[in-house]
Design a protein around this ligand. Structure first.
Ligand code: URA
Ligand code: SF4
Length: 216
């Protein structure tokens, strides 16, 4: 990738902001709306450029439960809201079936811009790399420091990796509390992909059971 010239801000601070992840863009604040307002300017990795917009979070700043997804999908990228596409609809159903009020949870993602591959008219989801997860982690850390939830639910391996800071096998570590505060479960997109196939019912029920555990 050709390197663009340093901005005035970078020259002043004497650092290459592109190499440093999101930290320089994350304001030191006790107010969630300040984070939200600052996020569109983030250039902590290259994912901002082809994306439509940043997708930050939704939910109350005093939520007891935080749900962390991987990254926004196609719909989320277009609407600027997390979990408004097919995975979000399934997650809504699962929360309801787990007895959790959706408007009481804080929903966010490990990576705040949609990573995709353009194939003709379609934009195909591309899993974020460890570098993207690491670059974007300062946003998630700031969110968790502000919301201070009782439990953090990582939806899928990318979220779990970001939240726990290590490689996580969802299959072996799902469905139990880790470090007294973290819960790993399947990403709702993985359940959506099983729709109309044999494993769907079991996968959905397991997601609901894991979410129910987060509520107790
Ligand atoms: N999948 C995610 O991980 N996050 C969203 O916001 C939507 C789909
Ligand atoms: Fe910044 Fe995260 Fe977007 Fe990368 S994905 S530009 S680190 S907000």
């Amino acid at each position: 990738m050709p390197r663009r010239s340093r901005t005035a801000e970078e020259a002043v601070h004497g650092v290459d902001l592109h190499a440093s992840g999101a930290a320089p863009w994350v304001p030191a604040t006790g107010v969630l709306d300040d984070l939200r307002a600052a996020a569109p300017a983030c250039r902590g990795c290259e994912l901002w450029e082809p994306a439509t917009q940043v997708v930050f979070s939704r939910g109350p700043s005093d939520a007891q439960i935080v749900l962390v997804g991987e990254q926004p999908g196609d719909r989320e990228d277009l609407e600027g809201e997390p979990f408004v596409g097919p995975a979000g609809r399934l997650l809504s159903d699962a929360l309801r079936d787990a007895g959790i009020a959706e408007d009481a949870v804080y929903l966010t993602n490990a990576v705040k811009h949609f990573r995709f591959e353009q194939r003709g008219p379609r934009r195909l989801h591309k899993t974020p790399t460890t570098t993207h997860l690491r670059a974007c982690a300062p946003w998630l850390e700031a969110e968790l420091a502000l919301v201070r939830p009782r439990v953090v639910v990582a939806l899928g391996a990318s979220a779990a990796r970001s939240v726990l800071g290590r490689t996580v096998s969802v299959t072996t570590e799902r469905g139990r509390l880790l470090d007294g505060r973290y819960l790993v479960t399947t990403h709702p997109s993985a359940v959506v992909r099983l729709r109309g196939r044999d494993g769907f019912g079991a996968a959905y029920d397991q997601l609901v059971a894991d979410l129910r555990l987060a509520a107790t």
